[in-house]
Design a protein around this ligand. Structure first.
Ligand code: ASP
Length: 415
């Protein structure tokens, strides 16, 4: 795609989003929010079409990327680089979260009730239990990634399991190229047709995004925004800093201006913002990084599906802020050791979170449980979760795209 048409796409989608926000706000303020229900199905159709593409695209693109790479060594090298990137950037995201939540202290003095305090664990033996919980969580995430039935995983859209199966199938193919020819042909065709369909679906993006924004704005009240404004601010400042850090890396590795990068990835960022799902955004992210940012096709096909599922910088940052906010709101002092446990569990919870709306809120229980904070605390942040999900998903997707740029740039250099 030319830079001019990527500019056009970005402009159209940007206008659609802003219009959706403004008109939605007007409808909310004039008490006409219900009107949105007439057009909402358009947004639902857009999301469903994107979701329809996830399993065929993940299955075929990971497989084909492995087969095209040719050797297990090259594949291992790409996998190691991607994992290294995910690990480092997720840790940095959590660090940003911890820094800002400790600086801004959004929960200190918040009058949010003290229910659940009795569930607090402070004794040494309970700390030990927390560490056991952490270990169990690590093992749980790994074991759950292995499908007992790959077709079941596909039928249920359990993406991490589909990825594991595709990687194993691709791996086996690398050693038996001749015997796998029919499967490779089938996967190649499936991948090609999936991309053709994604191109068609993306024609709907401006109207889909417009309606989704309209719906969010027309439905949500402002009350919760005010009482939780310091908490929202902490999450947003953290996300912004992390996004700037990611942009710096992307700009350095791609040797392009931030403006060029934003424009290229804009359709994916806006789709992430309006759908709150990295998985639903995956087809758009793939299209954007390949066509607009010139990332090598084989890298994008392997690194992006993996990233959409396990690399969630925004979610990790959000989980660390939310856990400490809850502790502060309950008046609980967390030791450095407990903050370290939050650091680790927030990263794990982000890896374990499905790339769907609200998943981060569900895996919050891992973080809270590990340091013995009351699970009822989740109730405190529920009201603004939908709003924050939009922002953290956008950063998740941005992190995936930058990861692809970084891995690709190092592969190119090696040559
Ligand atoms: N909605 C996020 C995503 O799909 C996950 C989360 O809830 O944090 O990336």
């Amino acid at each position: 795609m030319s830079s001019a048409s990527s500019k056009k796409d970005a402009t159209r989608i940007g206008i659609a989003m802003v219009l959706g926000l403004i008109i939605g706000m007007i409808l909310y303020n004039t008490g006409q929010g219900d009107l949105v229900s007439y057009v909402k199905p358009i947004g639902t159709v857009f999301i469903r079409l994107l979701k329809m593409m996830i399993v065929p695209l993940v299955l075929s693109s990971i497989y084909m990327s492995m087969v095209n790479l040719g050797t297990p060594e090259q594949l291992g090298s790409m996998g190691r680089k991607a994992m290294g990137y995910y690990f480092v950037t997720t840790a940095i995201a959590v660090m940003f979260g911890l820094i800002f939540v400790n600086l801004i202290n959004p929960g200190v003095g918040a009058d949010l009730g003290t229910q659940g305090l009795e569930g607090l664990s402070t004794s040494m033996s309970e700390r030990v239990q927390s560490n056991e919980g952490l270990w169990k969580t690590v093992i749980g995430v790994i074991v759950d990634a292995i499908p007992t039935n790959p077709f079941g995983a596909m039928a249920n859209s359990t993406i991490l399991q589909v990825i594991v199966f595709s990687i194993m199938l691709g791996w086996a193919t690398l050693y038996h190229m001749k015997e796998s020819e029919p499967i490779t042909k089938f996967m190649g065709a499936l991948e090609h047709l999936s991309l053709v369909m994604v191109n068609g679906i993306m024609k709907l993006a401006p109207i889909g995004i417009f309606v989704l924004m309209l719906d969010v704005m027309a439905k949500s009240g402002y009350g919760a925004l005010v009482s939780l404004s310091k908490y929202i601010l902490t999450v947003l400042v953290g996300l912004l800093c992390h996004a700037c850090f990611l942009m710096f890396i992307a700009s350095w590795r791609l040797k392009k201006s931030p403006m060029f990068i934003i424009r290229g990835i804009f359709p994916a960022l806006m789709t992430a913002f309006s759908t709150s799902s990295s998985a639903a955004t995956l087809p758009v992210t793939m299209k954007s990084v390949e066509e607009n940012l010139g990332v090598h096709n084989e890298t994008a096909k392997f690194v992006l599906p993996l990233g959409a599922t396990v690399n969630m910088d925004g979610t990790a940052l959000y989980e660390s802020v939310a856990a400490i906010f809850i502790a502060q709101a309950y008046g609980i002092d967390l030791s450095i050791g407990q903050q370290m446990i939050i650091f680790m569990t927030a990263s794990l919870a982000a890896i374990g979170a499905a790339a769907i709306p609200g998943a981060g809120l569900i895996t919050m229980s891992i973080v809270l449980g590990a340091v013995g904070l009351p699970l009822e605390g989740i109730g405190l942040i529920l009201a603004v979760d939908r709003l924050l999900d939009m922002f953290r998903t956008t950063v998740n997707v941005f992190g995936d795209a930058v990861g692809t740029i970084v891995v690709d740039s190092y592969l190119d250099r090696e040559g």
